[in-house]
Design a protein around this ligand. Structure first.
Ligand code: SF4
Length: 513
């Protein structure tokens, strides 16, 4: 008789604001674990899923002794957290097979081999190969349908995916660094996902580029959504689209007619020079304010983020941009504002390395858009003050409040009440920072994190880098932060096999151990 195996799938996360609580209300939540769970034959595997983004740091020592296999995934900044997990599980449960995948592992496949039994650099389906090799064919699910039934953090939103990767090549984007081709799911697979998430207020597509370059598929998707929306399977849908979506007039109408409530698009900057430097030329096709106004006038909320490159732009220029945004009530305030991140393997990462822009002793965990890791044009002290003020737009409170009132007046007849709440919500969070920045810096093990410096060399690594319980000596190094640069600001030797330019390990070559 086939034994039932025990599998724990964890989405690892290190919070950029250094809070130690989960973010249950953050949108979007991580749904990778549900897709990974689809690799296991349900009748032969007992599965448990955990998200550190939703529920905070994973510290359940009892559960660490439970699984036969641990599958961990996470963004690049979560690499250290994934190493911590490996030390914990290898101590409590040496027989457990550690499988790691996701952005962090794709960025550092060679380095990862030291910490995990299986290093997956392909798509989620690669997990089927690992399961087959470790447990046998009987344990593999051929369908690979996501197991949304196992995650308890979806709430009123149902997350689905209709495509992978992107057909653009912005210089700072992880997807550009990974170089994988844009591809779409078949329409039946999408229908199965919508059925699987069940009745929800909103369906949110986690695609990086919902619009893509396959017009037939795009129209088939909207037809499918329209059918389900009319059947009241969900109250509306939202997705991330690239700027070229707005270049075709009929797209907004078709989206609205199929139940679209909101679209997120990466504006990144209102400065044309900056967009050219980011190789984000698709954002230069239409005037940005006109695009945003057009979207809102059509009854679809427009959400976006902006990123500031303090290596190339002065703080005065950046303040001018914030001033422009907060004085333009036709556009909503951004959902996030960050420093540009030199994500490993991206063209922007190599540009910064070549120009000697990295600060000495840059830690991977600090490459979060919230900590200074690159030499700025202005003084470090001035940029640190800017970083302290940025999350709450200190100095702009009156403008932000005025902006919210004028935005409401402008669009009150175009948007529904829930849409208006989501559109002006960013202003409320900026005006009432306690709502948005309840940092929870008191760690549940009773330690408070040290005050932040916002500069990578001196930024404290925080209490998560202190092991939960005593570990064998060989695992102590798992808790040292991964360094990207050395004391001279040069690429660290440990990362050279993965990242040295022209020698970077081609991702297609690396497979499971
Ligand atoms: S359009 Fe967006 S997803 Fe595509 S490469 Fe640019 S930043 Fe990445």
């Amino acid at each position: 008789m086939t034994r039932k195996i025990r599998v724990l799938i964890i989405n690892c996360y290190l919070d950029e604001t250094r809070r130690f609580k989960g973010r249950p209300h953050f949108i979007p939540q991580a749904v990778g674990p549900a897709y990974l769970a689809g690799a296991f034959a349900p009748q032969h595997a007992e599965l448990k899923l955990y998200s550190e983004l939703h529920s905070g740091p994973f510290e359940d020592e009892k559960l660490m002794s439970w699984p036969d296999m641990v599958v961990i995934t996470g963004m690049t900044t979560a690499f250290d957290r994934m190493r911590h997990m490996s030390a914990y599980f290898r101590t409590k449960n040496p027989k457990a097979v550690m499988v790691a995948g996701g952005q962090a592992i794709r960025a550092l496949p060679e380095r990862s081999r030291e910490f995990f039994d299986y290093v997956c650099i392909g798509d989620v389906e690669e997990l089927q190969d690992v399961v087959r090799e470790v447990f046998g064919q009987a344990y593999v699910s051929p369908a690979m349908d996501p197991r949304f039934d196992l995650i308890n953090w979806m709430g009123f939103i149902g997350y689905v995916e209709s495509s992978r990767n992107c057909n653009f090549k912005c210089s700072f984007c992880t997807l550009t660094g990974e170089g994988n081709k844009y591809s779409v799911y078949d329409i039946d697979h999408l229908a199965r996902q919508i059925e699987a998430v069940g009745r929800r207020t909103c369906i949110l597509f986690v695609d990086n580029n919902f619009y893509g370059n396959d017009r037939d598929f795009f129209h088939a998707k909207l037809d499918l959504l329209k059918t389900y929306w009319k059947k009241k399977a969900f109250g509306g849908w939202s997705a991330l689209v690239t700027n070229d979506f707005f270049a075709k007039e009929e797209n907004l109408r078709l989206a609205r007619e199929s139940g679209c409530l909101a679209l997120f698009s990466g504006v990144e900057s209102f400065d044309a020079e900056q967009l050219t430097r980011f190789r984000k030329k698709q954002n230069l096709i239409l005037p940005q304010v006109q695009t945003i106004r057009n979207c809102l006038d059509n009854g679809v909320v427009f959400q976006y983020g902006v990123i500031f490159d303090t290596t190339k732009r002065s703080l005065a220029e950046i303040h001018d941009e914030i001033d422009f945004i907060t004085r333009t009530p036709e556009i909503p305030l951004p959902a996030f504002m960050n420093l540009t991140i030199p994500i490993l393997r991206t063209p922007y990462f190599y540009e910064c390395l070549d120009e000697g822009l990295f600060l000495p002793n840059t830690k991977l965990r600090d490459m979060d858009g919230n900590t200074l890791v690159l030499k700025p044009k202005d003084s470090v002290e001035e940029v640190v003050q800017f970083l302290r003020d940025m999350p709450t737009l200190r100095g702009y409170k009156r403008q932000v409040a005025k902006h919210a009132v004028n935005f409401y007046r402008h669009y009150r007849k175009k948007l529904t009440i829930p849409q208006m709440i989501s559109a002006v919500g960013n202003s409320a969070l900026l005006c009432l920072p306690a709502l948005a920045h309840n940092h929870g810096t008191l760690f549940k093990r009773g330690k408070k994190s040290e005050p932040r410096t916002y500069v990578t060399g001196s930024e404290p690594i925080g209490p998560l880098y202190k092991p939960l319980f005593s570990l064998p000596d060989r695992f102590q190094s798992y808790f040292e932060p991964t360094m990207v640069t050395d004391a001279d600001g040069q690429l660290c030797d440990e990362l050279r096999p993965d990242l040295e330019q022209n020698k970077a390990v081609p991702l297609a070559r690396v497979s499971v151990n």
